[in-house]
Design a protein around this ligand. Sequence first.
Ligand code: SF4
Length: 122
Amino acid sequence: MTDQDTNNTPKKVEAEYVKPPSFFKMAMNFSKDLATYIKNGAPNVSTEDYIARLDTCQGCEFLIEEKKRCGACGCLIEHKAKWRTAGCPKQKWAVQDVSDLDIKKVEQNEDDRRTKNEQTGE
Ligand code: SF4
């Protein structure tokens, strides 16, 4: 929603208070998104897509500005917007296709990382 300021230029009017989901619901939403993200090898969007997603959130009536949290799902947008496997709960930006990812290679890299950590004691 926009309004006019004294210079007759549009300005963003503070959105009505957006009541976020309950803590339990936010935790469930975040856990589900995180599990999908990890299961697919933690794929991130490109920098350009990340910026575009954040720009969309910035202009969204559901954004809880002071907490940088989506008022629809409760997720922190800086994380959610980065994940290819996450989508906007109001369909303002979509989940990205991850079928191009080689999951076997991702799993092998994860196994290699674990082995290395065990060897170095990390
Ligand atoms: S994720 Fe979607 S609904 Fe939530 S703040 Fe961003 S654009 Fe709005």
